[in-house]
Write a protein that binds this ligand. Structure first.
Ligand code: ADP
Ligand code: MG
Length: 251
């Protein structure tokens, strides 16, 4: 079964059609990267997938459970709040700008949602959080505050925080684009290490070498449609003019 299915998603902002008609699926443990020019609708697509944005039309399905579908007029309708809450447990999201709580310590940032939202035992949540911080190479920063960390460290905390909720699928929206180039590598390395955990990942990125290296599948989006998708070998050797043009510019 697919972890995620999006079928014929459409999304406009006023007159601006941002997502024209996109369908995609993500299988268990699969790593999918989404590449494409700035303004092509990549963030909007992730925001629709994670329900931070409502689609105008289309289907959104996690593990066979429908979060949204079309009514008889072709407009998206969403499941009830309690159902959506349950579906949301399947995924986590890592933003470009980390979005850490500035007044919480690193440890509290990581263990807050498991305790406050998932009502997990505090000691168990703390243990899990420390294990995740260890995996991120940040144990010694557990009591620090976000303002005392580098951007790369903040992003690693944000990744630990997302993992603490035990998602089956993790979305990243340009996780390194707010970082200085010398900090990009450490974050990409950490993301790469998650592949061993068999968590599926959907990663929007401008890091073409990274996309090529990590992906099971690459999706090239432009002007709100999927221009091309395939294995890294297929997409990076594509003869499609638009793909070639884009990769020429970034690769
Ligand atoms: P990308 O992530 O590929 O750079 P986005 O999904 O952020 O692209 O944006 C696609 C287009 O949608 C852009 O033209 C952007 O200005 C527009 N857009 C995104 N979010 C909104 C919004 N909330 N309101 C109006 N326009 C938006
Ligand atoms: Mg974006």
């Amino acid at each position: 079964m697919n972890l995620l299915e999006m079928n014929h998603v459409k999304k406009s902002f006023g007159d601006l059609g941002v997502i024209q008609d996109i369908s995609l699926h993500v299988g268990e443990g699969e790593i999918v990267t989404i590449i494409g020019p700035s303004g092509s609708g990549k963030s909007t697509l992730l925001r629709c997938a994670t329900m931070l944005e409502t689609m105008d039309s289309g289907e959104l399905i996690y593990l066979g459970e429908k979060a949204a579908w079309n009514d008889e007029n072709g407009n998206a309708v969403y499941a009830s709040k309690p159902e959506l809450k349950k579906i949301q447990q399947n995924y986590g999201l890592v933003f470009q700008n980390f979005n850490l709580f500035p007044h919480y310590s690193v440890l509290r940032n990581v263990m807050d949602a498991p305790v406050a939202v998932q009502k997990r035992d505090k000691e168990e949540a703390r243990k899990t959080a420390m294990e995740l911080l260890e995996k991120m190479g940040l144990v010694d920063k557990a009591d620090a505050y976000p303002c005392q960390l580098s951007g790369g460290q903040c992003q690693r905390v944000a990744i630990a925080r997302a993992l603490a909720l035990n998602p089956k699928i993790l979305f990243f929206d340009e996780p390194t684009s707010a970082l200085d180039p010398e900090l990009t590598g450490e974050v990409l390395k950490v993301i790469k290490s998650l592949a061993d955990l068999h968590i599926a990942m959907v990663i929007v990125t401008h890091e073409m070498a990274f996309a090529r290296d990590i992906s099971d599948r690459v999706i090239f989006v432009a002007d709100g449609v999927i221009v091309e998708e395939g294995t890294p070998a297929q997409v990076f050797a594509s003869e499609n003019e638009r793909t070639k043009n884009f990769l020429g510019r970034y690769g």
